[in-house]
Design a protein around this ligand. Structure first.
Ligand code: G6P
Length: 602
């Protein structure tokens, strides 16, 4: 989603800092970029469609500037073109904006009646005109921002410059994320911490309704009631290493390869240093509802299987954007778990607020420290995956599934289910071997590349499985679609024959995932059904279920581990298959078209 960076400073480094910051936010996804800087007391705006590199080509870095704002736009209102790109300037006001002004049509009408003309299709230009109008009325920026907050509905993070005072940068925040970076003789604003990491690790998080007046050596923050307030300064824990490729060709490949390290960190944090049971006791809840979007929702499905199977608590998994607008059956006996890498996904955040209002306890499983979901849930457990830059999540997804398996284990320890005892008793031993097994799977690249030869040029690819393997199919299929643009579908293996099997033809690739021995025979029967219709079957299974047979064309064997941990191993080859398919198809792997990493609009 849109990325904002702003600079004010005595070092006159606006252009350099803003461009670097925008590059560090590229991972959020965008389709145009722009910058507005003070050059000799005049605002100079440059914007381009496409990548930041297009914009950079035309920027004169030798020109010094004390203040500026920059933006990467992910189109919502109006096409991705130069006119709609930010910054927008109206009268004396220049802004960059992330979010959606919901009442922009009414505002546009009112402002048009007052004589304002618009050059773009964006809601941002309306917000800019409104601020300019209010400034003309009041001659006071602070007062104008207060009035703007009353008039504008929706989500907005805004960086603002005013022609009359080019020594002050303003920031306004409601629902879309915005932070202020702090440094000596210069300060910054940004949508996310990586934008400022080249310059400082100290930052303040703005809350909804807050705004700030920022100079090179002072910051004044106003709360939601427009009163001056003090805010805590945070220090970012990771380092810049996290946002560099570290020798890998793509962030995605680096992040896939970081999974053993993340698993180690999480074992250390939640098992060795402290017992996860002491952090949260799930046994007191009658039921659990998981809310999340995209891959985080798929991790939730893994959690559902494990918590129901080993923890005996019924779990519902709800797509957050659906949860928001449906009849809910949740109450104080329900724990609502919100899963999110960014902690900023608008739908998941709103789902949390709804659950809070209904009196439920809420638990955030979140990667980004101090993010909105982390701040709005009654309890938060961090996934410790470090910065994830590639739009398609890999290490954060598996970290979410890891944490959910820990929660299932923490519940299982209190049950007397004899059938599950083997898994529960061997969990800790198997857990310690997890990073090594993950590494073993990561090292089989040649095998995955060979499988990719069968799928990278096909129109439709199917993933089939049952139970937890079906949840893995959903994630594997999403991964393939999002980065390689190949159409694929995930199907519950037993459901295929109710319609979709009609799409299976000679050589249609079908990836059958079979890791649960209790239902292996059933899934293998379904695989045989597609094989007999000519499918090109790739059988993904464990050493334990390695099966010589005539129902597959290729097989991919992953190590067998504890059932609570198996998905964490099985997903790795599937992530790598997507990666190599995208590479074969020359796709922009880390920044797939149309997608955003942090989806801050509903
Ligand atoms: C976007 C990303 C997905 C991610 C989803 C939820 O669509 O491209 O990879 O799974 O948002 O994001 P979250 O930050 O809430 O986990």
């Amino acid at each position: 989603m849109c990325g904002i960076v702003g600079y004010i400073g005595k070092n006159n480094n606006a252009k350099k800092v803003i461009l670097k910051g925008l590059e560090n936010l590229e991972y959020r996804g965008y389709d145009s970029a722009g910058i507005a800087c003070n050059i000799n007391n005049e605002i100079n705006i440059q914007k381009e469609k496409g990548r930041i590199s297009n914009l950079k080509e035309n920027i004169n870095f030798s020109e010094k500037s004390n203040i500026g704002i920059g933006h990467t736009r992910w189109a919502t209102h109006g096409k991705a073109n130069k006119e709609n790109a930010h910054p927008h300037k109206c009268g004396k006001i220049t802004i960059v904006h992330n979010g959606i002004i919901e009442n922009y049509i009414e505002l546009k009408q009112e402002l048009s009646n007052l004589g304002y003309k618009f050059n773009s299709d964006t809601d941002t230009e309306i917000a800019c005109a409104l601020l300019d109008y209010l400034y003309n009325q009041t001659n006071d920026i602070i007062k104008s921002i207060e009035l703007f907050k009353e008039k504008a509905k929706g989500a907005y993070a805004i960086g603002l410059l005013c022609d009359d005072d080019l020594d002050t940068l303003y920031a306004i925040k409601n629902k879309s994320p915005l932070i202020i970076g702090i440094n000596k003789d210069e300060n910054y604003i940004a949508s996310d911490v990586p934008a400022i990491l080249n310059f400082t690790k100290d930052y303040i998080i703005l809350e909804d309704g807050e705004f700030a007046k920022i100079n090179s050596d002072s910051i004044e923050i106003y709360d939601k009631n427009n009163k001056l307030t003090d805010k805590k300064v945070n220090k970012f824990e990771s380092d810049l290493q996290d946002i560099s490729k570290n020798g890998y060709e793509h962030f995605m490949l680096k992040e896939i390869n970081e999974q053993p390290e993340v698993a180690k960190k999480m074992i250390d944090e939640y098992i060795n240093k402290q017992d996860i049971n002491n952090l949260i006791d799930l046994s007191k809840y009658k039921n659990i509802t998981i809310v999340a979007c995209g891959s985080a929702m798929h991790a939730g499905l893994i959690g559902k299987s494990l918590i129901e199977e080993y923890g005996n608590i019924p779990v519902k998994v709800e797509i957050a954007s659906e949860f928001r607008y449906k009849k809910l059956f949740i109450d104080k006996d329900t724990l609502v778990i919100a899963i999110s890498q960014s902690g900023e996904t608008a739908d998941t955040l709103e789902a949390v607020k709804i659950a809070n209002d209904k009196g439920c306890d809420t638990l955030g499983i979140v990667n980004v420290f101090g993010s909105s979901i982390a701040r709005n849930t009654s309890k938060v457990l961090y996934t410790k995956a470090g910065c994830e830059i590639a739009v398609a999540t890999t290490k954060a997804y598996s970290a979410q599934a890891t944490l959910l398996s820990f929660l299932a284990y923490s519940l299982a320890k209190n049950t007397n289910d004899k059938n599950k005892l083997n898994e529960i008793n061997s969990f800790l031993t198997d857990l310690n071997k997890l990073p090594i097994l993950m590494q073993k799977v990561l090292d089989n690249n040649e095998e995955y590349k060979e499988i990719v030869n069968d799928i990278y040029n096909k129109n439709d690819i199917f993933f089939i499985g049952r139970g937890i393997d079906y949840s893995l199919c959903m994630e594997a299929s999403l991964k393939l679609k999002e980065i390689s643009y190949l159409h694929s579908e995930a199907y519950a293996a037993g459901e295929l024959k109710h319609g979709t099997i009609s799409l299976i033809d000679e050589n249609t690739p079908v990836i059958g995932i079979v890791t649960d021995k209790n239902i292996a025979d059933k899934t293998i029967s379904n695989i045989k059904e597609v094989k007999s219709r000519g499918a090109n079957v790739i059988y993904v299974t464990t050493e334990e279920l390695d099966n010589d047979g005539d129902f597959y064309d290729k097989k991919l064997i992953v190590p067998k581990t504890n059932s609570l941990l198996q998905p964490l191993i099985t997903i790795i080859p599937l992530q790598l298959i997507s990666y190599y398919a995208a590479k074969n198809n020359n796709c922009d792997i880390d920044k797939p078209k149309n997608l955003a990493k942090s989806v801050t609009v509903e």
